[in-house]
Design a protein around this ligand. Structure first.
Ligand code: PLP
Length: 377
C-alpha cells in the first residue's frame, strides 16, 4: 500500500499502540478512584498532559483533553461567545475553515449572530489586513486555522493576535491547529492566542482524543460537559486514559528529530510536485507551504474517479478533504477555480514515513489514469 493521506489520518507507530495496550490491560483504573490503581491512572494522565503541554508550550493546567479536534473547536466557539456575551454578537472566521468551525458558526447565525467569512485569494491565503477590515466593536471571536487542511496554506495567526492586541479588541482569538501542530511554527502562549484546538490522530496518535488550550485570559471558562467534574470541572466524563497515553507517546515520538522529519516531508512534497507536474495539464492548486500537504488538479478528470481508481490499486490520496465525501469542497469553491480545474482537485499528504517510492507509484497510476482509464468531462 502507498498511503499518502496523512492529513486525513495517520498510522499509529508500534510504540504508541504498545503504550495504549498497557493502559487498556494493566493501568486501566479510573483516575477518579482512590485506590492505587486509580491513582496510578490519574498520575499517568497528568504525565501525559505535561508531555503534550510541553510540546504546545503551555502550562499543563491550561490544556484540557477532549474527544477530538471537532469537539475542541465546538467548545472553543461556545466558550468564546459565552465570554463575550455582554460585548456583542459578531464573529470573524475564514470561508475555508474545517466544517467543525463552519457548522457551529452557521448554528450561531441562526441564533442571531453575524459571521464574517474571510475569502482567501487565488493562492489560498487570507491576510491580517482582511481581519483588520472586518473587526468591529462588537466582535467577540476571531477563529482562524493555522494550516488549511486542503491547500496546506499557513494562515497569519500570530499577526492576528498582534492586531487584536494593538486594536485593544475584546474579541478572543481561537486557532484550529489540528493540521498545524508539529508541522509548522505554533506558539499559542508566545503569540497571545486565547484558545487553540489539537487532535491526536493527525500526528501518529489514536482517533478519539484531542485537546483544547485555554489561556488564562478566560477566567471561569464555560464548561463543555457538566457531570463528574473531570478536567477541572470543565469537561466531565471519565478520562479516555488509553487514548491520552497514545496521544502523549505520539507527541514524544514526533518531537524526536522533528526538524529533520519536517525537512524530509517538505523535500518529498517538492519531489512530488515537480514529478506530478510533468503529467500533461496537471496544475497546482493554491500555494500552500506547510510541509505535508500538496494540492493539485487534473482539470476535467473528476477527482472522485481518480481517488477510487487509485484506491483500488492500493494508493490512498484524497479528493480535497476526507470530511466532505462526495460533496464538492467549500475550500475548492472559495479559491475561484474554473469548473474543470475544481472538478479535478486532489490532495496528497505526507508523513515522516512517506517515501519517493510512494510518490513514484502515485505518478505511474495518475499517468495511467489520465491516458487510459476515464474520458474527460
Ligand atoms: N480541523 C481541521 C483543520 C481538520 O483537518 C480536522 C480533521 O480533518 C478537524 C479539525 C477535525 O478533527 P477530528 O477528526 O479530530 O475531529
Amino acid at each position: 500500500m502507498h498511503y499518502l493521506d496523512h492529513a486525513a489520518t495517520t498510522p499509529i507507530p508500534h510504540e504508541v499502540a504498545q503504550a495504549m495496550l498497557a493502559v487498556l490491560t494493566e493501568q486501566f483504573g479510573n483516575p477518579s478512584a482512590q485506590y492505587p490503581l486509580g491513582q496510578e491512572a490519574k498520575a499517568l494522565t497528568e504525565r501525559c498532559r505535561a508531555i503534550i503541554a510541553g510540546a504546545v508550550g503551555c502550562k499543563p493546567e491550561r490544556l484540557f483533553f477532549t474527544s477530538c479536534g471537532t469537539e475542541s473547536n465546538n467548545w472553543a466557539i461556545q466558550a468564546a461567545v459565552w465570554h463575550g456575551r455582554h460585548t456583542g454578537r459578531h464573529i470573524i472566521t475564514t470561508a475555508v475553515e474545517h466544517s467543525a468551525i463552519l457548522q457551529p458558526c452557521k448554528w450561531l447565525e441562526q441564533q442571531g449572530y453575524e459571521v464574517t467569512y474571510l475569502k482567501p485569494d487565488r493562492t489560498g491565503h487570507v491576510t491580517v489586513e482582511q481581519v483588520a477590515a472586518a473587526l468591529r466593536e462588537d466582535t467577540v471571536l476571531v477563529s482562524m486555522m493555522l494550516v488549511n487542511n486542503e491547500t496546506g496554506c499557513i494562515f497569519p495567526v500570530k499577526e492576528t493576535a498582534a492586531l487584536l492586541r494593538e486594536k485593544k479588541s475584546r474579541a478572543l482569538l481561537h486557532c484550529d491547529a489540528v493540521q498545524g501542530f508539529l508541522k509548522v511554527d505554533c506558539d499559542p502562549v508566545g503569540w497571545g492566542v486565547d484558545l487553540m484546538s489539537f487532535s491526536a490522530h493527525k500526528i501518529g496518535g489514536p482517533k478519539g482524543v484531542g485537546a483544547l488550550y485555554i489561556a488564562e485570559t478566560l477566567r471561569n471558562p464555560k464548561p463543555l460537559l457538566s457531570g463528574g467534574g473531570q478536567e477541572s470541572g470543565l469537561r466531565s466524563g471519565t478520562e479516555a486514559t488509553a487514548q491520552i497515553a497514545g496521544f502523549a507517546k505520539a507527541v514524544e515520538l514526533r518531537m524526536e528529530n522533528l526538524d529533520e522529519k519536517l525537512a524530509k516531508m517538505a523535500a518529498l512534497k517538492e519531489y512530488c510536485r515537480q514529478k506530478l507536474l510533468t503529467i500533461d495539464t496537471m496544475v497546482t492548486v493554491g500555494e500552500g507551504t506547510a510541509p505535508h500537504i500538496l494540492s493539485l488538479s487534473l482539470p476535467g478528470y473528476p477527482s472522485a474517479n481518480i481517488v477510487t481508481d487509485l484506491g483500488s490499486q492500493g494508493i490512498c490520496i484524497s479528493a480535497g478533504s476526507a470530511c466532505h465525501k462526495g460533496k464538492s469542497s467549500h475550500v475548492v469553491s472559495a479559491l475561484g477555480l474554473s469548473k474543470r480545474t475544481a472538478a479535478g482537485v486532489i490532495r496528497i499528504s505526507f508523513g515522516p514515513e512517506s517515501s519517493e517510492a510512494d510518490v513514484d507509484a502515485l505518478y505511474e497510476a495518475l499517468r495511467e489514469h489520465k491516458e487510459k482509464r476515464f474520458p474527460m468531462l
